[in-house]
Design a protein around this ligand. Structure first.
Ligand code: AHR
Length: 536
């Protein structure tokens, strides 16, 4: 049985005996089952859960950008300067902290000049379905999009097929405040003020689709691109607001990837004054194997358990890379940036090959919650993450069909977790119990806690078991709780999804825990994610 017990049993007993203890005890429908015991000491705080952990990724891939975001100003679909209004309204709710663009593999095929001005030059999109990329959605349209949703730019420059000069000129075009030729060109294209570019990715997967480089070769590219990709915006030259540069990091766990992390971190440690970096990316999908064969809908419990087993592997992968980073960077200056994560299933039957179209079920809600919980537990090193991808691609927030739009279970989890953005991590001690199916055993329950600036304690609880409710008995000290209420998300089956015909099959419902003489009662439904506010 795997456990996340972080306090010794004696400490748990002591916590339980304290006068301020709150007990989340059995609700009637779980009568007789052994409760899962949780202990939260609200006075013991950890690192900030950076809001950037809730970042997203929008690539020129399938209907991610075209139709998902961009319909054009002449579309009958309601839009603002070509960007669809329904999608903007839905994303604004999520307070998306940053959006990674234009790829992915597409970033290393992208030449920014084709996407500015009146004369847009169509190009091929060779990575994703071999379709034509019209470049009607380019730099200005992306910056308008993130402005409309209230987010911030995380651009990836083209290292694979581009040049340091092309990257340098894109940055100057975007950020120069003084009247250079590129600043004037940007002004003529409608934006005299310099843009803010807080995050810059130096390439994408240059170990594979980005040029199949060795770590040593990439390290040299990193030094060159990091040197010449300058941000000229006076507000971003130095200090806290300066642009952060993120290097290409590993593509999973295992020796090939730990070697990659070692080479880049060692190179960083020995750096000269002329270059630096602030983050190292990690890509790891919940996929089991490539090419992906697991269906996104219409699956049974064996697939459910196998996919969730793959999801929780994220924890050991982060632990392995963090240990190497600690060797070269004990002060944790370099963030581990998990800028591609999420479930990658077999394409939906009948969908366009290469468009990475899949459905999003109750299982994906659990994948989302388990990942965010893992990131939060590593919040001292993992300070940014981007789910793949935002709309219509892989583990999406939103699915569209022409003028129609639905919100996925993953969207709902991101919405329920909003209070965790920039909240302070509070350790939770618990024995997770076990969920077993066939030869797979997983922690039955997962939990994190955090405190927001107003003093509210937030609990996120996941019941992985698809069949049994879980009775939670939590001892909360350091806070005189009077109410505990929030939302819970589940569906009729493990593969329940939202569709255009039934868009609310998997939708959050309010949940109120009973508070009686310092006792709080809650039972988690099978296959569910719950977020509770515990208020004094
Ligand atoms: O998200 C889909 C693809 O997965 C990205 O383009 C690439 O970086 C990764 O391999």
């Amino acid at each position: 049985m795997r456990t996340f017990l972080r306090f010794p049993p004696r400490a748990l007993a002591a916590l339980a005996a304290m006068s301020t203890t709150i007990v989340l005890a059995a609700a009637p429908q779980d009568r007789g089952a052994a409760p899962i015991t949780l202990a939260v000491d609200a006075t013991k705080t950890g690192p900030k859960i950076d809001r950037n952990l809730f970042g997203q990724f929008a690539e020129h891939l399938g209907k991610g950008i075209y139709e998902g975001v961009w319909v054009g100003p002449d579309s009958p679909i309601p839009n603002t300067r070509g960007i669809r209004n329904d999608v903007v309204a839905a994303l604004k709710v999520l307070r998306v902290p940053n959006v990674r663009w234009p790829g992915g593999c597409f970033a290393d095929d992208y030449h920014w000049r084709k996407g500015i001005g009146r004369d847009r030059q169509a190009q091929m999109n060779p990575d994703w379905g071999g379709v034509i990329e019209p470049n009607t959605f380019g730099t200005h349209e992306f910056m308008d999009f993130i402005d409309q949703i209230g987010s911030r730019a995380y651009l990836s420059v083209n290292v694979g097929s581009g040049s340091p000069q092309e990257a340098a000129e894109w940055l100057e075009y975007l950020t120069a405040a003084q009247p250079t030729a590129l600043q004037k060109e940007r002004a003529a294209n409608g934006h005299p003020e310099p843009y803010l570019i807080p995050y810059l990715g130096i390439g994408n997967e240059n170990w594979d689709c980005g040029g199949n480089m060795t770590p040593e070769h990439y390290l040299q590219q990193l030094k060159t691109f990091a040197r010449y990709s300058r941000n000229f915006n006076p507000a971003q030259r130095e200090g806290d607001g300066r642009m952060l540069k993120i290097a290409v990091g590993p593509g999973g766990g295992g020796p090939r990837w730990t070697e990659w992390t070692d080479v880049i971190m060692k190179g960083w440690k020995a750096r000269q004054w002329s270059w630096d970096m602030d983050g190292l990316s990690l890509h790891n999908y919940t996929v089991v194997r490539f090419p992906p064969t697991f269906p996104s809908v219409g699956f049974g419990e064996a697939d459910y358990a196998r996919i969730l087993q793959a999801a929780v592997e994220m924890d050991s992968i982060i632990t392995a890379h963090s240990a190497i980073m600690d060797k070269y960077d004990p002060e944790k200056r370099i963030a581990l940036v998990v800028d591609e994560w999420g479930a990658w299933y077999a394409p939906l039957p009948g969908s366009t090959p290469g468009f990475l179209v899949q459905q999003n079920s109750v299982r994906d809600a659990l994948i989302a919650a388990l990942h965010v919980n893992i990131f939060a537990r590593h919040a001292d090193r993992v300070r940014m993450a981007n789910i793949a991808q935002m709309i219509n691609v892989l583990q999406a927030m939103i699915i569209t069909d022409q003028e129609k739009m639905i919100l996925t279970p993953t969207y709902h989890v991101f919405r329920m977790y909003l209070p965790f953005q920039d909240a302070t991590f509070v350790p939770v001690a618990f024995d997770a119990g076990a969920y077993t199916h066939g030869d797979i055993t997983l922690p039955r329950v997962d939990a994190i806690a955090a405190k927001d600036p107003a003093g509210t304690l937030w609990l996120a609880l996941a019941n992985v078991d698809p069949n049994r409710p879980a009775t939670i008995s939590a001892h909360v000290s350091g806070l005189e709780a009077r109410t505990a209420a929030g939302e819970t998300l589940t569906g009729p089956a493990i593969d329940s999804v939202n569709t255009f015909e039934a868009p609310k099959t998997v939708t959050p419902r309010p949940v109120t825990a009973q508070v009686q003489g310092g006792r709080l009662n809650v039972t988690l439904e099978p296959r569910s994610v719950t977020v509770l506010a515990v208020r004094p």
